[in-house]
Design a protein around this ligand. Structure first.
Ligand code: NAG
Ligand code: NAG
Ligand code: NAG
Ligand code: NAG
Ligand code: NAG
Ligand code: NAG
Length: 196
């Protein structure tokens, strides 16, 4: 997938889409015609969780993460691009693209991070659920068993109820908790907690 989505033709298509809608009001969902810019957020329907760009601690790097909405200081519970920050620049954007991939682009439209694709879908949407689960799904199908991708399959350093911990026989994904390197850097650190 990484190979095909870095094709020049794809990026050309993508940049023609970048002139599209900016998120204006609070929403928990975006589709392929909308983009989430650094500074925009998705807020889960019940107002529990927020998805957006953040800089941890004293870092100038930008990461896409999920945190609790109702706590004054940001407590990040999930990070997308742990190992590949948008470096020192608030021009990153997050976008859903067909056939069902979530991509994070930097200021030069290079792909910094993308989700793994499970299967193709014609109308993918990205939604932040009130459980803290970030899901890619088909627009008119919100059944959990049909999700295209979900953050709950990819633990970072925080366990939330219903996350998939350990070996998932359905998806074949092995998921474990790994500490951040430092408070300024969510790169996987020295401590991992997993089933072996
Ligand atoms: C995406 O959502 C916006 C706002 O709800 C809507 O206007 C637009 O038609 C949608 N686009 C697609 C492809 O569904
Ligand atoms: C952030 O909140 C947590 C939990 O309430 C608290 O333990 C911590 O001291 C707070 N940190 C700052 C910098 O306020
Ligand atoms: C954007 O990505 C390109 C390619 O990976 C990289 O050379 C550049 O430094 C990145 N820019 C930022 C601001 O991260
Ligand atoms: C980060 O960006 C600011 C403003 O663009 C610049 O002054 C600073 O030198 C940059 N720092 C690094 C480490 O690139
Ligand atoms: C991000 O980097 C680009 C290219 O280096 C620069 O043109 C732009 O002003 C930067 N934006 C921010 C918000 O730092
Ligand atoms: C995507 O899948 C590959 C191969 O299974 C794996 O190595 C990689 O860690 C996955 N990427 C993410 C973001 O989970």
């Amino acid at each position: 997938m990484m190979k095909s989505i870095t094709d020049a033709s794809f990026l050309l298509l993508l940049s023609s889409l970048l002139s599209t809608l900016k998120i204006s009001t609070a929403t928990d969902i975006i589709n392929t015609t909308q983009i989430l810019r650094d500074g925009d957020t998705l807020i889960s329907s019940g107002g529990r969780f927020v998805l957006g760009f953040f800089s941890p601690g004293n870092s100038n790097n930008r990461y896409v993460g999920i945190w609790y909405a109702n706590i004054n200081n940001i407590t990040v519970v999930w990070v997308a691009n742990r190992e590949n920050p948008v470096k020192n620049n608030t021009s990153g954007i997050l976008k859903v693209v067909e056939p069902g991939v979530l991509v994070l682009l930097n200021d030069t439209n290079n792909i910094v991070w993308s989700s793994n694709m499970s299967r193709a879908a014609r109308t993918p949407v990205l939604q932040l659920l009130d459980t803290g689960n970030l899901v890619l799904r088909v627009a008119n199908d919100d059944r959990p068993e049909n999700f295209l991708w979900k953050s709950f399959d990819y633990l970072t350093n925080t366990f939330l109820p219903d996350m998939n911990f350990g070996w998932n026989t359905e998806t074949g994904i092995q998921s474990s908790l790994t500490s951040w390197k430092t408070n300024d850097n969510p790169t996987p650190g020295d401590f991992t907690f997993s089933w072996i």
